[in-house]
Ligand binder design. Structure first.
Ligand code: MCN
Ligand code: CUM
Length: 791
């Protein structure tokens, strides 16, 4: 076997991922790989009902089964004051149901046994007497008068309402609408979907009774945030809790929240005195852990007859399930949804969002979402096409006419966002050139003559990532500043410690590349340490594509601090003033005399030696920093999807997909492209295949990957990628985040393409997922309108 040489740039550029060496050799260390001496295994008994009173639970037979070490119920937890836990959205969630169950597969009891099989067998022996209650399975029903109250645990709660929230200037928006020549409205559903990483959620908890220290290995995207929550709940100091997030097999947002399983592994370990592992199976993961979207939106767009868009007005009914467990650390109950004016220059905009409880799994948001920007982008991009349909305008021309212009940046949107930088027309123009847009339209017209239906769909998105500025962000009262620590050893090798935690994004490589770019040390010589609260500085973790915007900035700054120290050491070595030195990647040299130089490795050794340093300079070569981002970064992109639709079968074939992304300066273009590939596949999945469906009794209809479909290479074309580079002006290396861009931007392109193909049938809108049967129904003039709630 020949091994391709791994090109190692001394900074930014394509390079193979350092972490892949262990992943491709099967040497990854995931939570389920962790085996501790004497470890026990826990498993949940879950509710068969979506809504039912718990009359009694009899655990005696389960407890008597040999090998069972503990059976924990809500009653046990009540005695410990742990039956309920706080969510990241200022709500509470039952750890184990006590009074009643509120969604199907809710956690009811937890068995800890010698092995997983005994634990599962014991679950069969627990007898629960349920009294079924009427079920609220959709958001509209939730607000109907007389609807059963789901959260009667909350004192005085008489309905299923969670919040009403508005943004924008409603009065001005109404005024612009009243004066507008054209107004179009559409009801647009973003269905409930699931992030579905390859690795489900799990934890191993190990409470040491002697030292009082609790160690939790868990599938978390945010180890420090989790530790803080555990500390607050348990009343333990942070240093008595160690959260380790080992290798993570994908998160996509589903591993931001805290799940009952993590808490029960901890309680199990405290109760039994042994380490306890809990690991979900796929069915549990799909039905009980996280979900995303479930946004029922009504958009209205006001414009002139020739296609100048004036205003947007939006109403949303947001289904949050039984507990508001949204992994959405923003100060706004609807996350960043009010970015919904997207990439367009409008006079006015306003939105009203109402959140409701339903008898469905709790959570919301998470799935490469940037806290609801996914829903916002989908809505505006669908509305633009609806307007193009009514005005009989080309959707590309309509977009070009309304995109924010490069000279308008920094641009403040009608709902108060300050976009940092961009050249939108350039990105759209590039995508259109790549796809040969005019030629494609001609082909489409010609095909239609032959009764063949092809569609071209465009979407343009602006993302807001890098949580974030204190005015936007809040997680249990904590701000969003992240630390970084860099230590250069005497031999010039370095270790970088970060608060963020990779789940497959390649941080061990890209963050080493940032240090390499700043210090001229090879990325191969830089170890990135993350995912262990005992070994890393405080920070709130990886989500909202924040790692590069926040910790990437921290990394560049901490490396620059080290470089400043290196300058002083070099000046002592070369016996010149620091101001007489010039930096060239990897070394300092005396101005005008490049032969008089010291490499960073020589400087590192000298910094640890007996070299006399100026008064007040401590020696060694290390630094720490805390980065508090002044603004989000705003990556953007132009996507074009080409599909062929068979109206007789409803089958959609994605023929081409062009994605032009601008995430500012790219640290590792190969990794960026990989991020985009993954997100585009997500987009095809959501647009064409995925729906977390329930029947009217709240029974889950997509509890396995046979029903909830993930796209494979068969559904994906060979992606065609392009790029423009507009650096972020406030980020030290000009980088913007990219991890969620393609998931946010792509569903609208696919849906717009399918609906473009169906235009000859008079179809203006149909909801995702555009499965063959839904496409067929749309062609027949009977599109499925899934419980659209608002009028
Ligand atoms: N990058 C780069 N140059 C840029 C921007 C990013 O080289 N200008 C690199 C980064 O350094 C990093 C990767 O691209 O290695 C993604 O960076 P970033 O956009 O900062 O996103 P995060 O690292 O914070 O990752 C989070 C983001 C989110 S929120 C979800 S959800 C998602 C995503 O990343 N989950 C993923 N991509 C994923 N990819 C994998 N494989 N697995 C997941 O669970
Ligand atoms: Cu919104 S999914 Mo990501 O932010 O972890």
């Amino acid at each position: 076997m020949t091994v391709t040489e791994n090109p190692t740039p001394m900074g930014f550029g394509r390079m193979h991922r350092k972490e892949d060496a262990r992943f491709v050799r099967g040497k990854g260390n995931y939570v389920d790989d962790i085996q501790l001496p004497g470890m026990l295994h826990g498993s949940f008994l879950r509710s068969p009902y979506a809504h039912a009173k718990i009359v009694s639970i009899d655990t005696s037979a389960a407890e008597a089964l040999p090998g069972v070490k503990a059976v924990i119920t809500g009653k046990t937890l009540e005695t410990l004051n742990l039956a309920w836990m706080p969510t990241l959205s200022y709500d509470t969630q039952a750890v184990l149901a006590t009074d009643k169950v509120r969604f199907q597969n809710q956690e009811v009891a937890f068995v800890v046994a010698e092995n997983h099989y005994i634990a599962r067998d014991a679950l069969e022996l627990i007898e629960v007497d349920y009294e079924p209650l009427p079920v609220v399975a959709d958001a509209k029903q939730a607000l109907a008068p007389g609807a059963p109250v789901i959260r009667d645990d909350k004192e005085g709660k008489t309905d299923n309402h969670i919040f009403d929230w508005s943004a924008g200037d409603a009065e001005k928006t109404d005024r612009v609408f009243a004066e507008s020549e054209v107004v179009v409205a559409e009801e647009v559903l973003y269905p409930r979907v699931h992030p579905s990483p390859l690795e489900t959620c799990g934890a191993v908890a190990d409470f040491d009774k002697v030292t009082g220290k609790l160690t939790i290995y868990s599938t978390t995207q945010a180890p420090h945030a989790h530790r803080t929550v555990y500390a607050l709940v348990a009343g333990l100091p942070e240093h008595k809790i160690r959260v380790i997030s080992p290798d993570i097999g994908g998160g996509f947002g589903g591993k931001v929240g805290i799940y009952p399983g993590y808490v029960l592994a901890i309680v199990g370990s405290i109760v039994t005195g042994k380490p306890v592992k809990w690991m979900e199976d796929r069915n549990e993961h799909l039905t009980a852990t996280a979900f995303a979207r479930d946004y029922h939106m009504r958009g209205e767009i006001a414009a002139t007859k020739d296609g100048k868009i004036k205003a947007l007005r939006v109403k949303v009914l947001a289904d949050h399930g039984a507990f508001n467990g949204t992994a959405q650390p923003t100060k706004f109950p609807a996350g960043f949804f009010h970015i919904f004016t997207g990439s367009y220059d409008l006079e006015a905009a306003s939105c009203d969002v109402t959140g409701v409880y339903t008898n469905k799994a709790p959570g919301g948001v998470a799935y490469a979402c940037s806290f609801r920007i996914t829903e916002a982008v989908y809505l505006v991009e669908r509305m633009i096409d609806v307007l193009a349909f009514e005005l009989k305008m080309d959707p590309a021309e309509l977009r070009m006419k309304n995109l924010i212009k490069p000279e308008q940046f920094p641009y403040t949107t009608p709902t108060g966002w300050e976009y940092d930088s961009g050249d939108y027309p350039k990105a759209l123009k590039l995508a259109m050139d790549m796809v040969e847009y005019d030629k494609l339209r001609a082909e489409q017209a010609e095909k239609l003559q032959r009764g063949e239906y092809m569609g071209i769909g465009i979407s343009f998105f602006t993302e807001g990532v890098g949580a974030g500025p204190r005015k936007h962000m809040d997680i249990l009262g904590l701000g969003m500043a992240d630390g970084a620590e860099l230590r250069v050893h005497p031999t010039g090798k370095a270790v970088l410690r970060l608060s963020v935690q990779t789940q497959g994004q390649g941080h061990e490589t890209t963050f080493a590349q940032i240090v390499a770019e700043e210090l001229g040390i090879s990325p191969d010589d830089i170890e990135v340490v993350h995912g262990d609260t005992d070994q890393t500085p405080f920070g709130l973790g990886t989500y909202g594509s924040r790692s590069t915007p926040v910790s990437g900035a921290a990394t560049a700054i901490v490396a620059r601090k080290v470089r400043d120290r290196a300058r002083i050491v070099a000046s002592a070595m070369l016996e010149v003033s620091p101001d007489d030195l010039e930096w060239e990647k990897g070394k300092f040299f005396v101005k005008g005399d490049p032969d008089q130089a010291k490499t960073i490795q020589e400087i590192a050794m000298a910094a640890h030696s007996s070299l006399e340093l100026p008064e007040g300079v401590e020696g060694h070569l290390d630094a720490t920093t805390v980065y508090n981002p002044p603004n989000l970064t705003y990556p953007f992109g132009a996507y074009i999807c080409v599909v062929d639709v068979d109206p007789a079968t409803g089958q959609v074939k994605v023929r081409r997909f062009i994605a032009v992304d601008d995430c500012g300066v790219r640290i590792n273009p190969m990794i960026v492209e990989g991020q985009v590939h993954g997100g585009l596949a997500d987009g095809i999945g959501m647009a064409l295949m995925q729906l977390m469906a329930f029947d009217e009794d709240g029974n889950h209809l997509g509890a396995s990957l046979m029903d909830y479909l993930l796209p494979t290479s068969l559904e994906c074309p060979s992606w065609e990628l392009g790029e423009t580079v507009t650096p972020s002006p406030h980020h030290p290396i000009g980088a913007k985040g990219v991890g969620e861009s393609a998931t946010v931007g792509s569903p609208a392109a696919v849906v717009n393409a399918v609906l473009d193909a169906l235009k000859p049938f008079g179809v203006r809108h149909a909801d995702m997922p555009l499965t063959p049967s839904n496409v067929w129904r749309a062609v027949q003039g009977r599109p499925i309108r899934t419980d659209l709630a608002i009028s």
